[in-house]
Design a protein. Structure first.
Length: 256
C-alpha cells in the first residue's frame, strides 16, 4: 500500500462525509434562493465548493510539519490582504468594506483566510510554549489575533469578528488554558455583544417597537413618559388625519 493511499484511507471519513454534506446543503440553499433570478450565484457556489474540497483533500495529505512552516507566512499574508481592503482594491457590500478584488483572482473575503491562518499560528504558538504562564499565554494569543480582529471590526464586519471568539476559546481549551481564564473571555465577549446591541438600538438601526418588563410602577411611568416624548419628537412633523391627531393628543403621545 502506497503512503498516499494509506493517508487517504486513514482519514476520519465521518468528518469528511459531514463536510461534503454541509457543502451540498449550502449549494442547495443558494440555488433555492436565487434560481428564479439568475444562475450565476449557485454556479459560482458549485465552483468554489469543488475548489474547496480539492484544497481540503490536498492539505489533508500534506505532512503537518509543512503546515507548521506555512503558518506564519500565511498569517502575515492574510493580515496584509485585510489591510488592502482599505485601499481602492476593497469593495463594499452590505455596508461593510470587507471584500477584496485582485486582478486574476477575483473577489474574495480575506477575513476568512485570516481565521484559518490565525488557527494555524495560534496552534503553532501553543505547541511551542506549553510551559508559559497562562496569563502570558493569553496575552500572547490576544496579540496574535488582535490585529486581524480589529481590522475586520473596523470594516465593519462584526459577525466575522465574533467568529474569532469561539475559535480561540476552543484552541485555548485544547491547549490547557485554565477554565477561569476561559470564563473571563466569555464574559468579556458577552459584554461586547451586549454593548454593540445597545448601540444599535440607541442609534435606531434595529428599531422594532418598544416594550416594558415587569418593573415597579414609578419606573414604568417614567418609561412611558420617555417613550411618549420620543414618539412625539418623531411624529411632530408627520402629517396625520385629524381624528388620529386628536386621539394622539388625548393619550399624551402628541404635543397639545
Amino acid at each position: 500500500m502506497t503512503p498516499l493511499l494509506r493517508k487517504l484511507l486513514g482519514m476520519n471519513w465521518v468528518i469528511v462525509t459531514l463536510t461534503i454534506l454541509l457543502t451540498v446543503f449550502g449549494v442547495i440553499a443558494v440555488y433555492s434562493a436565487t434560481y428564479f433570478r439568475t444562475n450565476e450565484y449557485w454556479e459560482k457556489q458549485v465552483v468554489w465548493a469543488l475548489g474547496g474540497l480539492a484544497v481540503f483533500f490536498a492539505v489533508s495529505i500534506v505532512h503537518y510539519r509543512w503546515v507548521k512552516l506555512a503558518a506564519v507566512p500565511l498569517y502575515a499574508t492574510s493580515v496584509l490582504l485585510i489591510a488592502l481592503t482599505y485601499t481602492p482594491l476593497g469593495q463594499e457590500h452590505g455596508g461593510a468594506k470587507c471584500w477584496l478584488r485582485l486582478p486574476g483572482i477575483g473577489t474574495f473575503q480575506p477575513s476568512q483566510m485570516a481565521i484559518m491562518a490565525g488557527i494555524l499560528t495560534v496552534g503553532l504558538f501553543l505547541c511551542q510554549f506549553t510551559k508559559m504562564h497562562p496569563m502570558l499565554k493569553l496575552l500572547s494569543v490576544g496579540s496574535i489575533v488582535g490585529g486581524p480582529m480589529l481590522l475586520t471590526l473596523k470594516q465593519p464586519d462584526f459577525g466575522m469578528t465574533l467568529v474569532w471568539i469561539p475559535v480561540m476559546i476552543a484552541m485555548l481549551f485544547v491547549g490547557g488554558m485554565p477554565r477561569r481564564y476561559l470564563l473571563a473571555i466569555l464574559l468579556i465577549g458577552a459584554a461586547i455583544i451586549r454593548a454593540d446591541a445597545y448601540d444599535r438600538r440607541r442609534d435606531g438601526h434595529h428599531f422594532r417597537g418598544l416594550h416594558f418588563r415587569c418593573v415597579p410602577g414609578r419606573w414604568a411611568a417614567r418609561g412611558r413618559t420617555r417613550v411618549r416624548r420620543h414618539l412625539a419628537g418623531r411624529l411632530r412633523h408627520v402629517p396625520l388625519p385629524a381624528r388620529n391627531a386628536r386621539r394622539g393628543r388625548r393619550q399624551g403621545i402628541l404635543p397639545r
